[in-house]
Design a protein around this ligand. Structure first.
Ligand SMILES: Nc1ncnc2c1ncn2[C@@H]1O[C@H](COP(=O)(O)OP(=O)(O)O)[C@@H](O)[C@H]1O
Ligand SMILES: [Mg+2]
Length: 253
């Protein structure tokens, strides 16, 4: 459902994404991890059609995002790291706007928008202008807009940042349900506990390249032997992540 083929993005002399290839099948939650500056957001921007690759291709459901961005955007939803909402719309107006933009049937909008506002505990503020919403409230509204659309591919860039624990728990449940219903989810996250719990597979980016990809069990098996010997079966994704990225930092150039 998501395919990256030798994807490369350069900014002047800097290679932010370096010859990245990856396939994510339908219904998988793929966790995209890596330290700051590893190239995660750049990859998501290319996949969502916000940025053109220098070379290589990004495809969603076989559609080349750079060649046919409208068709790709019709089936893809993005939850960016900074939730963008129109400040002069109210919460309710924003969702109706998203519904119209993505051709959700008016009757369905009328039924589901109040339900979504209720579910995300935003009903109380549905008539307030979005300029008065907190970061977390905006984030929840953007995610409600994603659910309204029922997209096939959901891209999320650090979706839990700014959410209170209850909302974060709700978003985790929502992502699991979406994937179970057949959506494909690609999520950048720094929260390793979330990656470990939610994601079928995990890819670790480092300096524009994916240095490891697999299930947590596979990554655990590949992490250094001393690590496994030292901590045994209680090795967490955090241990693995730090071990694998530290090995890179020490490797000779
Ligand atoms: N628009 C841009 N112009 C120049 N450099 C950029 C731009 N966007 C990202 N970069 C650089 O590309 C690298 C990867 O950034 P990014 O994809 O945001 O990483 P991550 O999301 O993994 O933290 C960083 O070195 C960043 O400074
Ligand atoms: Mg980022």
């Amino acid at each position: 459902m998501i395919q990256l083929e030798n994807l490369t993005k350069r900014f002047g002399g800097l290679t932010a994404v370096n010859n990245l290839s990856l396939t994510v099948p339908k219904g998988e939650i793929f966790g995209f991890l890596g330290p700051n500056g590893a190239g995660k957001t750049t990859t998501v921007k290319i996949l969502s059609g916000l940025m053109q690759p220098t070379s290589g291709r990004a495809l969603v459901d076989g559609i080349d995002v750079a060649k046919d961005p409208v068709a790709a955007k019709r089936i893809t939803a993005l939850v960016p790291d900074e939730p963008f909402v129109y400040p002069k719309l109210t919460g309710s107006e924003f969702l109706y706007f998203i519904g119209d933009l993505y051709a959700v049937e008016p009757a369905e909008q009328k039924k589901r928008i109040p339900e979504l506002l209720e579910q995300f505990e935003l009903a109380q503020w549905e008539g307030e202008l979005l300029e008065s919403y907190s970061h977390g409230m905006r984030q929840k509204l953007v995610i409600a807009g994603v659910l309204l659309r029922r997209p096939s591919v959901v891209l999320l860039d650090e979706p839990m940042v700014g959410l209170d624990p209850k909302s974060a728990r709700m978003v985790k449940t929502i992502l699991t349900d979406l994937a179970r219903d057949g959506a494909t989810i690609f999520m950048c996250t720094h929260i390793l506990e979330i990656a470990e719990r939610l994601c079928g597979r995990i890819g670790i980016m480092y300096d524009g390249s994916m240095i490891e990809a697999g299930t947590v069990a596979q990554l655990r098996a590949r992490a250094s032997k001393e690590l496994a010997a030292g901590i045994g079966s209680r090795v967490t994704l955090e241990d693995i992540f730090l071990d694998l990225t530290a090995a890179r930092q020490c490797a000779p150039l």
